[in-house]
Each structure stands twice: as C-alpha cells, then as structure tokens.
Design a protein around this ligand. Structure first.
Ligand SMILES: Nc1ncnc2c1ncn2[C@@H]1O[C@H](COP(=O)(O)OP(=O)(O)OP(=O)(O)O)[C@@H](O)[C@H]1O
Length: 300
C-alpha cells in the first residue's frame, strides 16, 4: 500500500544552519504518528516542506504517493496542515474564511461539510463572527477547520494545543481521534509528551535536524527497560543494594531495576539485612524520561 507520507533523505539549510539533515521515514495510512523534538529541532521546517511551502535542498517527500515538488498540487490536495501560528484574515467571518479556503482548493459547494466542521469544533454559533473578534482558542479551532475543508486523508497538526485550555485540548483530541478512526492519517507535533504517549502509536524524535529515534511507542518504553522503586526504610540501605541506587529523594532511596522481577531480590536482601520497609512504590519509566535522556545524548 502507498505510504501516507514518505520522507526520503530530506535536507534543508538556512545559511550555515543545517535545519534538516538527511531525514528519512515513512508513515503508513491510518497511523497516528508523533513528531517530537525540542525547539529548533526542525519539525516546522519539515512540515513546511511536506506542505510544499518550502523546497528541500535535497531528497524527496511524497504525500499519498504524490511528490511535493513534481506533483505539488496533488500532494497539497491530500494534506491538511494545522499551522503552529494563527494565520487569518481579520476581515473574514469564520464561515467566510472556510468558504475562501475551500475555493483555494477549487471546491465550490462545500456548505454541508463546513456546517459539519463548525458543529464538530463547537463553532456553529461563531459562524458569523469576524475572525479578529474570536478568542485565541476559538481561532485555533478555525485553523483546524480550515485544514480540513478539502477532507484531506493526511492531517498534520503542528503543536495545535500550544496555549490552549484543558477543555479545548480534550475536545480537540477527541475530534482528531475520531478522524483517525475514520481512516485519516494523523501526524502531530507536540511538546506535551503525555499526549504523544496516549494518542500515538509511533514516535519520531528529531534533534538538530537529525532523526534521532523512530520507534513504536511500546518498544520505546520497553527500550528504556528500567523501573524505579522508591523505598523508605527503617535503617540504612544494605551495602548489597547500593549499586542499584540512583538517588535519594525525601528520605527515600530510589533504586533502578533492569526488570521488575528483580524486586524479589531487593526484598530478599532487605529481609536478610533485617531492614524494615516502611514504604514501597514502583514507577514505570514514562516517555518523557526516555525522551529527556535521549535528548541529552544518553543511551536508552
Ligand atoms: N526561514 C528561516 N530562515 C532561517 N532560519 C530558519 C528559518 N526557519 C527555521 N529556521 C531555523 O531552523 C531551525 C529549525 O527550526 P524549526 O522551526 O523547524 O524548529 P521546530 O522543531 O519546529 O522548533 P519549535 O518547537 O520551536 O517550533 C531553527 O534553528 C530555526 O531558527
């Protein structure tokens, strides 16, 4: 099957800055994919190239098999991008903005779909309101509606929840999940790692223009293969357990276990040393920890 997105050795320079350095990966149709990376990693540069707004210096990008340079129009028709910045014409009402955007894609009668989008995004009673009179969160919803006017099979959201309140974040994600279930491919960049962790099945990490990791989410978590336990003890930590200790916090010893099965060994050592356990808790490694470790150059 054709990939929803295929990125092949894409590089892009701005002067002496290598914003993208031979990035390659593919996204399958129907996937919910996350693109993560710190500020300046190259995420927006890559999205602009996918949308045909800028040309890679080398390499190819295909959206549903259409090359973003050689078949720019077809590629653009199959892609909906929700930009990071709020871009709008202040003199248009919400509905006018959506009708105008439909026209840009050559779609004339789009009222039924526009009504549905307004409804799904909670914008029905704002349809006649001028864009400049909307709150930031409402403008953000219009950006999402604008990206969807041409019913693109592939949808890219560039940090759509930045500066958005919790309620809108949740309703936005419910809507995006619905689109994904209906068969749309979703690519999302976010700084909220828990969002990537709950929503996406695969995660790509960019750093300084390079693809640092591309993993199935569960594998990425398993990769880290560490479980931390926090122990509050009635006496000192036995010497035999010192090598497992990574730090101390609030009078608790934090031990790192390669495998949760090692917990039995830890408890046995404590029994042998006659050290009473006052409190014990287990922490699974989350994506954020894995991510931060990777970003600091550590092995995962
Ligand atoms: N038009 C441009 N001219 C010069 N430098 C640019 C241009 N666009 C981006 N850059 C630089 O390229 C690098 C990658 O930027 P990009 O916006 O793609 O990062 P990002 O991962 O999207 O970051 P953020 O999370 O902050 O949005 C940055 O160092 C940025 O300053």
């Amino acid at each position: 099957m054709t990939h929803a997105i295929s990125i092949e050795s894409v590089s892009k320079r701005f002067g002496s800055l290598q914003a993208l350095d031979s990035v390659s990966f593919t996204v399958a149709q129907g996937e919910f994919f996350a693109l993560l990376g710190p500020n300046g990693a190259g995420k927006t540069t890559l999205i602009s190239a996918m949308a045909g707004l800028s040309r890679p210096d080398s390499g190819h990008i295909r959206i549903m098999g259409h090359d973003t340079v050689a078949s720019a129009r077809q590629a653009r028709m199959t892609l909906g991008v929700v930009p990071q910045e709020l871009v709008f014409d202040p003199f248009f009402s919400v509905r006018e903005a959506l009708v105008f955007q439909s026209g840009y894609f050559g779609i004339r009668r789009n009222d039924a779909w526009i009504d549905e989008l307004l409804h799904k995004l909670g914008l029905t009673d704002k349809a006649g309101t001028n864009m400049r009179a909307l709150s930031g969160g409402m403008k953000r919803r219009v950006m999402v509606a604008q990206a969807l006017v041409h019913r693109p099979p592939v949808i890219v959201l560039d940090e759509p929840t930045a500066g958005v309140d919790v309620e809108l974040r949740q309703s936005l994600w419910a809507f995006v999940q619905e689109l994904n279930q209906a068969g749309h491919t979703i690519v999302l960049t976010t700084h909220y790692l828990e969002e990537a962790e709950t929503l996406c099945s695969r995660i790509a990490m960019l750093k300084k223009g390079k693809l640092l990791a591309l993993e199935n989410k569960d594998k990425l978590l398993a990769h880290s293969a560490t479980r931390e336990i926090s122990l509050k003890l009635a006496a000192a930590l036995p010497a035999s357990l010192q090598p497992l200790k990574v730090r101390e916090a609030d009078g608790r010893h934090i031990l790192q276990l390669a495998d949760i099965a090692r917990l039995e060994d830890v408890l046995r050592e404590l029994r042998l040393a006659a050290v009473e356990v006052r409190e014990l808790s287990i922490h699974e490694t989350d994506l954020e920890q894995v991510f931060v470790k990777m970003m600091h150059g550590g092995r995962v």
